[in-house]
Design a protein around this ligand. Structure first.
Ligand code: PGA
Length: 249
């Protein structure tokens, strides 16, 4: 399975900066075609850039995704964007349940599950995020917390074609701290065991690691069993850093 190197740009960049990043990615990938044998690129960009950027997916190097979506298909939901709209502008993926959505927008597992279903119904792939807080890690509750998040957030009929799990310890996001590759590996095997037990083809579902991944720590993380790629925030805002992560794959 190729590693999925996914950027989560969050609320950053102008459209011209975004275009420039993508053009650089296309050019560099042409110079290093060996990378595309091992890695696939995905960029989860702010909604307003997606229609313009998805034109670049035609070359087969990079796909595009949203960072959130509504549970509804259409209607009187001012300010919301549906999964169908994301599909219509060329997206293939949607992140749901990112810890920043869970924290700042009070999204809970049940809502995340409904969003993932909306993504599935529109034929897209949901990247469902889970992760424990610092307090929970300190109390050694990470497995319990993740198990509950998975159980409640991942729709029962999820399959590898429409679902990717992103394990993102909240204390590692944007902090420069990461779990050791051993600790990350332990959580990824725990998630793998849960998926294998509870989902058909759970053994094939991709599990990404997210939380301060960069070109310096990616090699160790990406060679750890059951880490099938990365969801990259801060390091996805500098092209060289982001491409450096892919080179580690
Ligand atoms: P980070 O963000 O790489 O800046 O830690 C990852 C994420 O929030 O998905």
């Amino acid at each position: 399975m190729k590693k999925l190197i996914a950027a989560n740009w969050k609320m950053n960049f102008t459209l011209s900066e975004a275009r420039e990043f993508v053009l650089q990615l296309l050019q560099k990938s042409q110079e290093h075609t060996e990378i595309l044998e091992k890695a696939e690129f995905l960029i989860c960009a702010p909604y307003v850039f997606l229609s313009a950027l998805s034109e670049y997916s035609k070359q087969g190097v990079v796909s595009f995704g949203g960072q959130n979506c509504s549970v509804h298909d259409k209607g009187a939901y001012t300010g919301e964007i549906s999964a169908g709209m994301l599909k219509d502008v060329g997206c293939s993926h949607v992140i749901v349940g990112h810890s920043e959505r869970r924290e700042y927008h009070k999204e809970d597992n049940i809502l995340v599950n409904e969003k993932a279903k909306a993504v599935h119904q529109n034929g897209l792939s949901a990247i469902i995020c889970v992760g424990e807080s610092r307090k929970e890690r300190e109390a050694n509750l990470q497995e319990e917390v993740i198990e509950r998040q998975l159980f409640e957030s991942v729709p029962k009929n999820a399959i590898p074609e429409n679902t990717i799990i992103a394990y993102e310890p909240v204390w590692a996001i944007g902090t420069g701290k990461t779990p050791s590759p051993e600790d990350a590996g332990q959580m990824h095997s725990f998630i793998r065991a849960f998926l294998t037990k509870n989902y058909s083809q759970g053994e094939k579902m991709r599990i990404l690691y997210g939380g301060s991944m960069n070109s310096g720590n990616a090699e160790k993380l990406l060679t750890t069993p059951n880490i099938d790629g990365g969801l990259i925030g801060t390091a996805s805002l500098k092209f060289e850093e982001f491409f450096g992560v892919a080179q580690c794959a």
